[in-house]
Write a protein that binds this ligand. Sequence first.
Ligand SMILES: [Zn+2]
Length: 463
Amino acid sequence: MLRLALYVVIIAALAIGAVWLADNPGEVSINWRGYVIELSVIWLALIVFMLMVATAAVSRLWRWIRKGYREQRKMARYEKGLDELGWGLGALMANDGARARRHADSFARLVGDVPLSHILQGQSALLLEDHEGAKQHFQALETDKRTKPLALRGLLEIAEDTGDTEAIYALSEQAQTSAPKAGWSQRPFVEAAIALGRWDGAAKALRAAIAQGHLDADEGRRMQAMVSLCRARDADSPDIARRHVNEALKFDPGLVPAAVLAAKLAHEKKRYRRAQRILKHAWVQGPHPDLVEAFVSLRAKESAAQSYKRVNQMVGSDDPQPETLYAQAVYALRAGLTGPARGHLRAMAELLPQQRTYQLLADVELAAGDAQAAQTAKDRMATAMPDPVWHCTSCGQEHFSWQITCADCSEFASVVWAPLKRKAPLVALPPELADQSADEEADDDEVMLLTDEAEEPKPPEKP
Ligand SMILES: [Zn+2]
């Protein structure tokens, strides 16, 4: 509309100018080095106008030619860039960080500051463990909604590499919102939340992971139980603790420390029967000495004989398991009943001869006054099977009690109650041979070191 008005004004001005010139005819004379040109003003105006039109046309043509040339060059650069992209991606797949970075830089130079160049440069920096460089490229992608999940994943990887738990928590929490279907942020989120003691976040992450099928339902429930137990342990009041520990037992009725805590809390509320029920139920799910101990401690004033009787009531079954027999033997011995204790341990030795079986049998024999039988039992310990202990399935470290993450390797939900698999079979050796064997082991270490040195890669020989 504005343009139309402008045209009308221009045409009107031209028409007025033409009419004015017709009314006031004049002449122009140009004298240049003896050449004389005489023109009427109308002709001069016409010539000037045509010259202007011609100049505009030539300049437009020039621009068109230049643009075409630029486009062509740009296309050529893009083609070269695509070639570099292909090489760069190939190098990334081959884990060759240096080569990937070279191609990524060439790609960025040819194609410019586009998301794809940041992705390629960020990934190659990550491969070279250049965390600062990688961070800059991923941060450049963070503001773009399309590339945000990618940026978060890259930044999360950096945070994991540098062990920055706060950053892991913040980034994986963001990823839960911007890429809720992606499974890669869930485990880091759970683990960071647990490491930082943010149980609400951990519980939320576990629920999401199970709902989206990123976590096996049974495994997920086991983890939820552990998180609920930690919430109970950190609770400000016994009532909140009770609620969380009951939740933990709903997720995993066999979680030993949860059952022990739940029984203790129930006992504090004088709910003695409930405490017993919790411990018995947990025992059925998975027997553990702590459950028996908690069961016995519910009645602090009873005699050892009464305890033994109650333990029998708790664990006794028609089909006794090794853990059952061991618990019975422990409390029989405490009650001074060496006969029944020996009976339980012999039955256990037939089912599962563990080191603790013979250790306790030796104690029973000593209590019964038979030093020789005690020594025989002790000798058998050497060839017996290993005892169950709390240990980490990830790094193998033994722990005194259950913990949600291994204190040694920080792995989550890896601490279990089971016999520790030893590297070498435990064989009894007389003391003098045992010393000799230790010396040999030391020698072996030396030999290994020497072999390692000998096998150092040599530089390739020049032809
Ligand atoms: Zn560990």
